[in-house]
Ligand binder design. Structure first.
Ligand SMILES: [Zn+2]
Ligand SMILES: [Zn+2]
Length: 154
C-alpha cells in the first residue's frame, strides 16, 4: 500500500536531504522508500529484514534510520511491547499518532501549541523555538472488541 502522507519521489528526497546538507544515496533512498510505502510504523527488525535482499547491511540501516530521526524525517515511538517503531513525518509541521497495538499511523496538524510555547518561555526565560510531540493510542480497528477484527487492516 502506498503511503500518501509523505514525499517519496526521488527528486523530493534529494532536495530535502540537500536542505540538511546531506547527500541522497541509493541506500538512504531504499530505507526511506521502505518507510513511506508502509501504512504502519515499522521496527528496525522489519527494515533490516526487508532490505537484506538488496544488499543493505544492518549497520548501514541503523545509521540511516538514526540519521533520519536526527533530521526529524522519521519519528520513533514505542509500541505496547516496548519496541521502537519508526514512521515518516510529513514535510512541514505535523505530529503523529501511532497505534500502540498495530503501528498504524495518522497525522495531526492543528496542534495549537503556540500558547504553551509562550507560557514556557515566560516561565523559564528560554526562547522556545519548536516542540517535539507524538501521540500513542489505539486506532479505530484496534478499538473494536472482536479479536479477529483487530488485525484485519494489517
Ligand atoms: Zn491499531
Ligand atoms: Zn506542533
Amino acid at each position: 500500500m502506498k503511503n500518501q502522507r509523505v514525499f517519496d519521489e526521488t527528486a523530493d528526497f534529494r532536495r530535502v536531504l540537500a536542505g540538511f546538507g546531506e547527500r541522497s544515496t541509493p541506500q538512504r533512498l531504499a530505507v526511506w522508500r521502505f518507510f513511506t510505502q508502509s501504512a504502519c510504523a515499522r521496527t528496525m527488525e522489519d527494515v533490516v529484514g526487508a532490505l537484506r535482499g538488496q544488499g543493505l547491511g544492518q549497520a548501514t540501516i541503523y545509521r540511516v534510520v538514526h540519521l533520519f530521526c536526527r533530521l526529524d524525517l522519521l519519528a520513533g515511538i514505542r509500541d505496547e511491547a516496548g519496541t521502537m517503531r519508526y514512521a515518516p513525518r510529513h514535510a512541514g509541521h505535523c505530529h503523529l499518532v501511532v497505534c500502540r497495538r498495530c503501528g498504524r499511523v495518522a497525522d495531526f496538524h492543528d496542534c495549537d501549541l503556540a500558547v504553551a510555547e509562550k507560557l514556557i518561555a515566560a516561565q523559564t526565560g528560554f526562547a522556545v523555538e519548536r516542540h517535539f510531540l507524538d501521540f500513542s493510542g489505539l486506532c479505530p480497528a484496534c478499538r473494536q472488541p472482536e479479536p479477529r477484527k483487530r488485525l484485519e487492516h494489517r
